[in-house]
Design a protein around this ligand. Structure first.
Ligand code: SF4
Length: 73
């Protein structure tokens, strides 16, 4: 199987983030570790579920609301 280039696959727009795969050679691992530690969902999932507009946090609960189409906390 051909290796996946996480830097090309990633839809995260925060290129300044040290965990973004464009800034190291460890793929998604640093991003996933950070998200697991903080109980957050990676932005690529939010982008698939409608984006991050209007959000100021990215916790599991925020993602659930986004998927369900709820925009208020
Ligand atoms: S898990 Fe993180 S690094 Fe990997 S594609 Fe998603 S946002 Fe990008």
């Amino acid at each position: 199987m051909k290796p996946i280039d996480a830097a090309k696959m990633c839809t995260c727009r925060d290129r300044d983030c040290p965990n973004h795969p464009a800034n190291h050679d460890q793929g998604c691992t640093p991003c996933i570790l950070k998200n697991l530690t903080q109980r957050e969902i990676p932005s690529c999932f939010f982008n698939l579920a409608g984006g991050t507009a209007g959000l100021d946090s990215f916790y599991f609960e925020d993602f659930a609301r986004r998927v369900l189409g709820e925009n208020t906390k």
